[in-house]
Design a protein around this ligand. Structure first.
Ligand code: NAD
Ligand code: UD1
Length: 341
């Protein structure tokens, strides 16, 4: 089976490509490298002892996509390619809607022309918005995310639902990720944010390696047990395996058409203070921090009801918080400047 992976050079994509290769799938990666490096794919190939076809290109380039589907007999598409910085999306909404929504429309059109109907989409817990109570369950009506980034994910989920109504062959899966962290245990691939990290774990790791002075903990007065926000952090290798489970499920379920959404999370909320403690314990490093004002748009706490993926996909997140911290540190300390190290 040949799988097209858009955005496959990025953080989650590269770990997923490795899991796909290790499970016997052939992979074609299509990525414009706007937020990644081809070095990630070189390392994936070394780790897998197997090769990946790489085509550099943009998902908004319709003629390149048409040529891609003509060149390779693709069985299914896993679609990671997107811009993902929440704060930046509020400054550049048009760029986010162009890339994330228009880009997905171009990809779905090219798939339709090429008669490819199996599609797995990188969605996010942010689609539940602030209206829904926690833990989030797939049966909930989607909410109103606080950013254009989040809105772009809701829009694509809506597009998938409408495509499925119009095309009886369409088999779509929307994977709603909670908070992926960590790295492959080899320390060869991991998250390599450009500039100042927006997300918690890359920031903590950069404090530990001496690139940043101290962590700002955004808010110590939330209505949670210790006053800091709670999230559902899962190991990126569990997330990668979740994609393989979803793909296996799509392929085996020949009768299935339509769209199915799955939460990919652990089902357990963990606070920012608990993350700092866990990182210190797993690595022996001390993380200097200040408790700073709340960050605009942050919700106090959200986590997954993770039962649907467990029952239907036979998948659950099995790696521990300690493994997430150790693997983050292994990657960061071996590659202090990411793939440029
Ligand atoms: P990433 O930035 O590391 O990977 C995205 C990849 O897509 C990059 O390699 C980038 O170069 C590529 N890309 C972006 N726009 C493109 C375009 N127009 N054409 C071709 N390639 C393009 O991000 P990630 O963390 O690996 O996220 C992957 C997906 O998962 C994204 O859709 C993101 O929105 C979603 N997601 C991520 C998180 C998270 O916490 N990292 C959480 C929920 C959902
Ligand atoms: C972010 C996105 C969300 C996306 C999710 C996926 C925002 C507002 N939301 O969520 O759309 O689906 O990633 O992973 O960016 N924190 C600090 N100090 C820091 C960085 C973060 O205290 O320097 C705190 C945050 O306030 C939050 C927690 O750490 O409580 C996690 O933050 P982050 O990693 O940015 O993820 P989310 O905010 O959950």
């Amino acid at each position: 089976m040949k799988i097209l992976v858009t955005g496959g050079a990025g953080y989650i994509g590269s770990h997923t490509v490795l899991s796909l290769l290790n499970n016997g799938y052939e992979v074609v990666v299509y990525d414009n490298l706007c937020n990644s490096s081809e070095v990630s794919l070189q390392r994936v190939q070394q780790l897998a002892g197997n090769t990946v076809e790489f085509v550099q290109g943009d998902i908004q380039d319709k003629s390149a996509l048409t040529a891609l589907f003509k060149q390779y007999p693709i069985d299914a598409v896993i679609h990671f390619a997107a811009l993902k910085a929440v704060g930046e999306s509020t400054q550049l909404p048009l760029a986010y809607y162009q890339n994330n929504v228009h880009g997905t429309l171009c990809l779905l059109e090219a798939m339709q022309v090429a008669n490819v109907h199996q599609f797995i989409f990188s969605s996010s817990a942010t689609v539940y918005g602030e209206e829904n109570a926690v833990p989030y369950v797939e049966t909930m009506t989607l909410g109103t995310p606080s950013s254009p980034y989040g809105a772009s994910k809701v829009m694509v989920e809506r597009v998938m639902a409408d495509v499925a109504l119009a095309n009886a062959q369409f088999k779509g899966v929307s994977l709603r990720y909670f908070n992926p962290i960590g790295a492959h245990p080899s320390g060869q691939i991991g998250e390599d944010p450009k500039g100042i990290p927006n997300n918690l774990l890359p920031y903590v790791a950069q404090v530990a390696v001496g690139k940043r002075d101290k962590l700002n903990i955004f808010g110590g007065d939330y209505p949670t047990a210790d006053g800091s926000c709670e999230r559902d952090y899962l190991h990126v290798m569990d997330l990668a395996d979740g994609h393989v489970a979803a793909l296996d499920w799509l392929i085996k379920n020949e009768q299935f058409t339509g769209v199915e959404a799955f939460n990919l999370g652990t089902g357990t909320p963990v606070s920012v203070f608990a993350i700092v403690n866990a990182f210190e314990q797993a690595t022996g490093k001390t993380i200097a921090y200040d408790v700073a004002p709340r960050r605009a748009g942050d919700l106090p706490a959200f986590w997954a009801d993770a039962n649907k993926a467990k029952i239907q996909l036979n998948w659950h997140a099995s790696r521990t918080l300690q493994q997430m911290m150790e693997d983050t540190w292994n990657w960061q300390s071996n590659n202090p400047n990411g793939f440029d190290s």
